[in-house]
Design a protein around this ligand. Structure first.
Ligand code: ZN
Length: 246
């Protein structure tokens, strides 16, 4: 992740569109490089246009299912904060996992979108956190958590204090962030199959959306939107043939 980020910035500095890999392709949340155009910006982004299991979605119709309790084994491992030009991301040290379908996925990073990307029964939230996990084969699990305005969130404290104003390399956090504080105490969740919500929009992502929201303070919510300067949510995608389990 770190090397990839460094490569990205090297790529941006030496920008030459004819030789770019997908990592170097500019995209944005509006205009000529906005979500409607993502699929045409690079051949590697084709799923953004052609995918039929894309995220985010409006979670509105549910299928009753016997969803197993999620097994989180998190430690305070958020060691770096990064402004990557699209979001604020906290990189996570190895050793924190979630077990889904009897398989272990390691927490790699968490980051945010404002307003929320997924919406629940038509309702958007001011902020959505994505906890991104992967197994050794690169299969991805995203745990999504919605924020409402209320008490300040301790998981955000250090990253928000040290939040870079501009895109750049990761900065070490003075105190490791604890992703456990991004989980509601009630761990009931919705589940569906989806994609990354940013290019390359790869599918096959297991989405687990917490039913209960958590809070961030008015100042915490404001700081993220001020630093990002524009909305950071991909528009809703068609549900198509998918089921949202609850
Ligand atoms: Zn995300």
């Amino acid at each position: 992740m770190k090397n990839k980020t460094l490569l990205l910035f090297a790529g941006l500095t030496l920008l030459s569109h004819t030789t770019c890999s997908a990592d170097d392709v500019h995209w944005s949340y509006a205009g000529e490089e906005g979500p409607e155009k993502w699929g045409r910006l690079s051949s590697e982004f084709i799923m953004c246009s052609l995918g039929r299991n894309q995220s985010p979605i409006d979670l509105a119709e549910f299928i009753e299912a016997d969803l197993k309790p999620l097994e989180f084994a998190y430690q305070p491992g958020g060691t770096e904060v990064l402004h990557n030009g699209h979001t604020i991301q906290v990189n996570y040290a190895p050793g924190s996992t979630i077990t889904v379908d009897g398989r272990e996925f390691e927490l790699k990073q968490f980051h945010f979108h404002a307003p929320s990307e997924n919406i629940i029964k038509g309702k958007p939230y001011p902020l959505e956190g994505h906890l991104v996990h992967a197994d050794s084969n690169g299969n991805v699990v995203v745990v999504a958590v919605m924020f409402t305005e209320g008490a300040s969130n301790t998981a955000l404290k250090e990253a928000w204090q040290q939040m870079p104003n501009r895109a750049g390399a990761p900065q070490p956090l003075s105190t490791p962030a604890d992703a456990g504080n991004l989980l509601p105490s009630d761990r009931d969740y919705y589940r569906f199959n989806g994609s990354l919500t940013t290019p390359p929009c790869s599918e096959g992502v297991r989405w687990l959306v917490m039913k209960k929201s958590i809070t961030a303070s008015k100042d915490q919510l404001a700081k993220f939107t001020q630093v990002m300067q524009h909305p950071t949510n991909r528009p809703l995608q068609a549900v198509n043939a998918r089921a949202v389990l609850q």
